[in-house]
Design a protein around this ligand. Structure first.
Ligand SMILES: [Zn+2]
Length: 498
């Protein structure tokens, strides 16, 4: 299949300037994080806002062609229908939300993020509360403009972040997953097999030596293509790119506890492998990107946790670690494996391990859902947060900085985004379940032969880009709709040997 319908070809052509502008914006954002001198932030903000406006202007030329193309949908193949579907989603976002709301949101996000930083520093929730209330009110207005299913405004937010995702989906997944996770976590803690602390956490590393380790991991372990991929340093690790031939990741060096930077590299490389393996025929079209946010996260989590935290990976990476980090020498494979897989219920989501991570997301999901349904007030947030943490993980944050104020998302206007992290883990579990039928992951990883794993992911996930909606891709490529049991099976196998 490819593109042959004349209206679709016209649509792709009209969309191309929008694509070019958006990719230029991505490159400018990369530059902000990696290279830009501090004082340039004001002019950079202006440049990016103007580019975004030109993009929206050019988008208007696409709509009339879209209408004609979509009226021909009977004659279109799957690839072409994918184009129509994705451009319709873009149109919905840009035409239903009045520009005043988008502008107000942008302004509030900038201001709110500054206040949030200050509030977090002083652990002062009340300082942040009025901004949170304003942002929530604005988001509810946005939901009303977008429209939503099942009388639940939060569904509009979920669908924005993840096509077709609903409260009913997430309720059904979490209600099965949380009791299962609790059961596994209790057993693992009781068995004492996986420690909660390790001496390597305290060991300082030399940044140059660690940079060499990370470079070897991307070059010779993950085999990232040198002529289409690069790695840099930034405050917060991320992945971006301009096309499948220009994909970039970043990492950060904290100077201590080397697994953090190593796993951020593997995580972001997982995102990168997805983009590098999109089908060439989709290049520069509206569907030359991942199926969804959660599918993207499923790839990063798969490489980070299922491949990267396996015994096979320890075998593969140990010579590189020993060669560059002398302090690793006293530890054998089993001890390194434990260091990479500590199980420690804690306060902070981004520090959470595989077994506890999804509790942090479930908590945020429940709060967002209640706030959008008007079933709680912003003022009730800190107490609900602390009670739920104690119920889920048996820990109570000593202050709001380590509790309700820890994430940047809400101040920046990202509501409905957290659930995609857990859905990404769930899809990762489904991939593990399916790929294990065809390949011996542990053996291939230990041998350093990752090509068959990449080929499998290409065939089932990567090549399809956004041709199909995420729910349909899950059914087609992983044989069922979102099923948290697979993730639980994976965790039981790994942590309890079942
Ligand atoms: Zn990620």
């Amino acid at each position: 299949m490819s593109f042959s319908d004349p209206k679709i070809l016209e649509l792709i052509k009209a969309y191309r300037p929008v694509w070019a502008l958006s990719r230029s914006g991505a490159l400018l954002e990369w530059d902000v994080e990696v290279n830009m001198p501090e004082r340039a932030s004001e002019s950079r903000g202006l440049i990016m806002a103007e580019l975004a406006l030109i993009g929206q202007e050019r988008m208007k030329a696409v709509y009339p062609i879209l209408q004609e193309a979509s009226s021909r949908s009977k004659n279109l193949n799957d690839d072409e229908k994918g184009i129509v579907r994705i451009v319709e989603r873009l149109k919905k976002y840009y035409t239903r939300i009045p520009p005043e709301i988008l502008e107000e949101e942008q302004r509030l996000a900038v201001e709110g993020t500054v206040v949030w930083r200050e509030a977090r520093k002083n652990s002062d929730f009340n300082r942040f509360k009025p901004y949170l209330e304003k942002m929530l009110a604005l988001k509810i207005k946005e939901a009303e403009k977008l429209g939503y299913e099942d009388n639940h405004p939060y569904n509009a937010m979920l669908d924005l972040g993840e096509e077709g995702l609903t409260v009913a989906d997430m309720d059904s997944m979490f209600s099965r997953m949380i009791p299962g996770l609790k059961r596994i976590l209790e057993k693992v803690r009781a068995s004492g097999k996986f420690p909660s602390e390790h001496p390597l956490e305290e060991i300082k590393y030399d940044v140059q030596s660690m940079t060499a380790v990370n470079q070897k991991i991307v070059d010779s372990v993950l085999n990232m293509p040198k002529d289409r991929f690069r790695m840099d340093t930034s405050t917060h690790p991320f992945m971006t790119g301009t096309s499948r031939d220009d994909i970039r990741i970043t990492t950060r060096y904290e100077g201590v506890d080397f697994r953090n930077t190593m796993y951020s590299v593997i995580h972001e490389s997982g995102h990168a492998i997805y983009e590098l393996q999109l089908d060439k025929k989709l290049n520069y079209t509206p569907i030359s990107h991942a199926a969804s946010t959660a599918f993207h996260e499923s790839q990063s989590r798969f490489w980070e946790n299922i491949v990267g935290r396996s015994m096979g990976f320890v075998t593969r990476v140990k010579p590189i670690l020993r060669e560059n980090l002398s302090f690793v020498s006293p530890y054998n494979d089993e001890q390194l494996y434990m260091y990479f897989n500590l199980v420690r219920p804690g306060m902070i989501r981004v520090d959470a391990d595989e077994l506890t991570y999804n509790f942090h997301v479930a908590l945020r999901y429940e709060i967002e859902k209640k706030l959008f349904a008007g079933k709680m007030t912003v003022g009730e947030l800190p107490s609900l947060w602390n009670e739920t943490m104690s119920d889920y993980l048996g820990v109570t944050p000593p202050n709001d900085a380590q509790g309700v104020l820890q994430d940047v998302h809400w101040s920046g206007g990202s509501w409905g985004y957290f659930p995609t992290y857990s859905l990404g883990n769930i899809i990762g579990g489904m991939i593990w379940y399916n790929i294990s039928k065809d390949l011996d992951l542990g053996e291939l990883t230990a041998k350093g032969d990752l090509a068959p794993i990449k080929a499998w992911l290409y065939e089932r996930i990567h090549r399809w880009g956004a041709i199909y909606p995420p729910k349909e891709l899950a059914r087609r490529s992983l044989g069922e709709s979102y099923n948290p049991e697979r993730l639980l099976q994976y965790l039981e196998r790994k942590y309890l040997g079942n």
